[in-house]
Design a binder for this molecule. Structure first.
Ligand code: FAD
Ligand code: MLT
Ligand code: ZN
Length: 494
């Protein structure tokens, strides 16, 4: 697929087409010879044009990889002065087509800005370049007894700047809250090249507008984040992981309520997935085995984290006794060591990869009241079946193969996923408007964590009012008057 798939998104003719003088400027502004990739090396260019799902593809002929904030500033000033459109890019693991160009926008990759600037072991405040990979940061903190307050399946590639720019949620949000609470300050380069400190690495600072909050989740449309200060908690000494098999969604909710009651402050994750998700993981991921035999409709992964193993073990056994004796759970297993715990997490974390391997993967990250999470999946199955596009036994060949649900139950965040042989406009139309209408009716949000990007820009009005979108456009004008930052995304096409 190329941007030709989005015929309504014409290239904005106000943006300049790059010439040799522009490339010469960028080569002079970025000191490292590896910092500029051009069409002379198409194989090197390609991964920056293609998203993780291989669904969205741009046509950029230039990737810039600055090594310092001042280089980012020089690049953006030049782009702004010359009307050159720019796509900020982190680890390129985004799932909504926001991180790759649509046409020939310059890719500004933060890959080479990957230094840890400071860590204070008393306050737990970490300050680092935006291009630091999440897992690298977490490993660094592990040596000091701390942990990053967020964790995602993409941790080996995604960058903290990308996490902040998307307001990523992930597997630890239930415990440590969103980045709106843990990010303390950031350094941002504005579209015109100005370098702005948004706050200081302090827990409390009540001077001026809290502008950093605007950049969290702004998906590269307001400025380029070049460094982040984030509050990191102590790593828990006692961690337990259990996987349980549950026969109905009503039982799953009972288990969730019981977990909150019995495990309360030590509950650090409550993730669910349906039977098809587990089967797809077993099909696509080598050496994966479910920790027990029961074939149930739903599975739940529960993690506790605390500072006293005996105390946590007691709480967990009370909880397990409740859910087993009261018939909420069919079967289950408690990890006996770190390897078994990692094996259980591996099942949950490889669902994304397994679905992607099925072909055209339609992904949705929806917020809905917890009680209605799985109704959304069943509604989609029913609606597609009525149109002859889906059959639970797989007999509707050529259309939708699987309609599955998994996600961060503890956060009311459903990942509805569909797989097909590819992505077509017809199927997208059959799925998206009715889905988003249903989410609006349920009082939910069309994006709980992946963001808007290119994929959901036309549907923003299902979650935000016209007045709200107008206000967003005014802020965009203020921060990026020429609209050079991540064009065609985030805002509904006019
Ligand atoms: P990119 O994909 O490169 O960019 C994402 C957006 O941020 C783009 O709009 C880009 O322009 C902008 N951007 C990137 N860096 C900057 C910067 N420095 N300054 C300004 N703008 C910037 N997401 C979740 O929320 N929860 C999950 O549990 C989760 N799990 C995932 C699991 C897998 C296997 C995969 C592939 C993805 C998952 N994601 C998840 C989605 C994705 O990983 C997150 O959105 C992640 O935060 C993106 O980070 P990135 O560095 O890859 O950013
Ligand atoms: C997850 O929770 O695994 C991620 O958000 C990725 C996905 O939705 O596939
Ligand atoms: Zn998720």
């Amino acid at each position: 697929l190329t941007s030709a798939q989005y015929p309504t998104l014409r290239r904005n003719p106000d943006f300049k087409t790059l010439n040799d003088n522009d490339v010469a400027f960028f080569k002079s502004a970025i000191k490292s010879p590896a910092g500029v990739i051009t069409a002379d090396t198409p194989d090197e260019l390609e991964p920056f044009n293609q998203d993780w799902m291989r669904r969205f593809k741009g046509q950029s002929t230039l990737v810039l990889r600055p090594s310092s904030t001042s280089e980012v500033s020089a690049v953006l000033k030049y782009c702004n002065d010359n009307n050159i459109a720019v796509v900020p890019q982190g680890g390129n693991t985004g799932l909504v087509g926001g991180s790759v160009p649509v046409h020939d926008e310059v890719v500004l990759s933060l890959q080479n800005m990957n230094q840890i600037r400071e860590f204070d072991p008393v306050s737990g405040i970490l300050t680092c370049d935006a291009g630091c990979v999440l897992e690298v940061l977490d490993n660094h903190l592990a040596q000091k007894g701390f942990i990053m307050p967020l964790d995602l399946g993409a941790k080996g590639s995604c960058q903290i700047g990308g996490n902040v720019a998307t307001n990523a949620g992930g597997l630890r949000l239930l415990r440590y809250g969103s980045l709106h609470g843990t990010v303390l300050s950031m350094e941002v380069v504005m579209a015109d090249g100005r370098i702005v400190e948004c706050g200081k690495p302090l827990r409390k600072d009540n001077t001026g507008f809290d502008l950093k909050q605007l950049f969290i989740g702004s998906e590269g449309t307001l400025g380029v984040i070049t460094s982040v200060s984030i509050l990191t908690p102590r790593r828990s000494r006692a961690v337990n992981v259990a996987m349980l098999g549950v026969s109905s969604f009503d039982h799953l909710m009972e288990v969730f309520k019981q977990a909150k009651m019995d495990l309360n402050e030590i509950l650090s994750a409550f993730e669910f997935f349906d039977r098809t998700c587990l089967n797809l993981v077993k099909r696509h991921i080598p050496n994966v085995r479910a920790p027990f035999d029961a074939d149930t409709r739903f599975y739940v992964l529960i993690e506790t984290s605390g500072s006293n193993k005996d105390h946590d073990d007691d709480k967990l056994s009370t909880f397990l006794e409740h859910v087993m004796t009261e018939g909420m759970v069919e079967d289950g297993a408690l990890a006996q060591d770190a390897t078994q715990a990692a094996g259980m997490w591996n099942i949950r974390e490889t669902i994304t990869e397994s679905l992607a391997k099925e072909g055209g993967n339609y992904k949705y990250d929806l917020s809905v009241p917890v009680a209605q999470l799985y109704d959304v999946v069943e509604e989609m199955q029913k609606q597609l079946a009525e149109r002859g596009l889906y059959a639970a036994d797989g007999s509707a060949t050529g259309a939708v193969k699987h309609v599955v649900g998994f996600g961060h139950m503890g956060d009311g965040n459903l990942h509805l996923n569909l797989t097909s042989t590819g992505w077509t406009t017809e199927l997208t139309q059959a799925i998206e408007p009715p889905l988003y209408k249903s989410i609006q009716r349920r009082g939910g949000s069309i994006s709980a964590e992946h963001g808007v990007g290119l994929m959901k820009a036309p549907y923003l009005s299902y979650s935000k009012s016209a007045d709200f979108i107008d206000l967003m456009k005014s802020m965009k004008k203020l921060f990026d008057p020429k609209g050079i930052l991540n064009p065609y995304k985030y805002f509904p096409p006019s």
